[in-house]
Design a protein around this ligand. Structure first.
Ligand code: GLU
Length: 247
């Protein structure tokens, strides 16, 4: 299980995400990637190797104010560019980053390929992108809930959808995920270290919880989409540790 960071707000998401991923490097990883959503849809950049290698290889005009990033520790498929996260559906309308293990991935992969879906990677994670894309539900949280209803296993995950460029949807089951509150901008992360430089006001999701995150705030749900009451709390992080984090 490795690192997730996400951003939605008025800044360019790319630099915020790269910096967050750098702060998760100490956990160890084999590859890194970003997906941004903007008016022209979703763009993904990912590769085996260091976050610095990813930063050096980003395409020109890789822009968007909503995005997700990941450092991977491979469990399903070798560490290579294709297996790096984010994973997208066939049309590139959905992008997913995931920490954890989908236990029934083999069954889900088979079911998708029986339906004519060509899987691009060896990962368990890729099924999530296809399942979200194939859901007929109207909202992004409902599409993600539909996908998760088919899934057995552990996840901390974050999802982007080209039809919903103003939001991220995140979910947790057995792998940590928190939402960080800024000034008209919001963050998500698997570990506070990724976002502590920006905010210490956070809400930790429980297992079996989904959150929709926009620049203006967040809403939490159970997997059946009934609302949960979850407030953000401001953590008492040692200012010295925080300025240490800034370096
Ligand atoms: N099981 C996923 C994969 O192999 C996620 C690994 C992780 O937690 O980084 O891609």
């Amino acid at each position: 299980m490795c690192g997730i960071v996400g951003y939605v707000g008025s800044q360019q998401a790319g630099p915020v995400l790269l910096e967050g991923l750098t702060r998760l490097e100490h956990r160890g990883y084999d590859s890194a990637g970003l997906a941004l959503v903007g008016s022209s849809g979703i763009r993904v950049a990912k590769r085996a190797g260091r976050v610095r290698d990813l930063a050096d290889a980003l395409p020109k005009r890789f822009s968007g104010r909503t995005g997700i990033g990941h450092t991977r520790w491979a469990t399903h498929g070798p560490a290579n560019d294709v297996n790096a996260h984010p994973h997208a559906d066939t049309d590139g309308r959905v992008a997913v980053v995931h920490n954890g293990i989908i236990d029934n991935a083999a069954v889900l992969r088979q079911r998708l390929s029986d339906d004519g879906v060509v899987l691009a990677s060896d990962t368990d994670t890729e099924v999530l992108a296809h399942l979200v894309a194939r859901s007929a539900a109207e909202t992004l949280e409902a599409k993600v809930a539909d996908a998760l209803a088919a899934v057995e296993g552990t996840y901390g995950l974050a999802v982007l959808h080209a039809d919903f460029p103003d939001r991220l949807v995140v979910a947790r089951n057995g792998s940590p995920l928190l939402v960080g509150v800024g000034e008209r901008e919001m963050y998500v992360a698997s570990d506070l270290a990724a976002i502590v430089r920006h905010t210490t006001t956070v809400a930790h999701l429980d297992d079996g919880e989904i959150a929709t995150v926009t620049a203006g705030g967040f809403t939490t749900y159970r997997l059946d989409l009934t609302r949960t009451a979850r407030d953000a709390t401001t953590l008492d992080v040692d200012p010295a540790a925080r300025s240490e984090e800034r370096r």
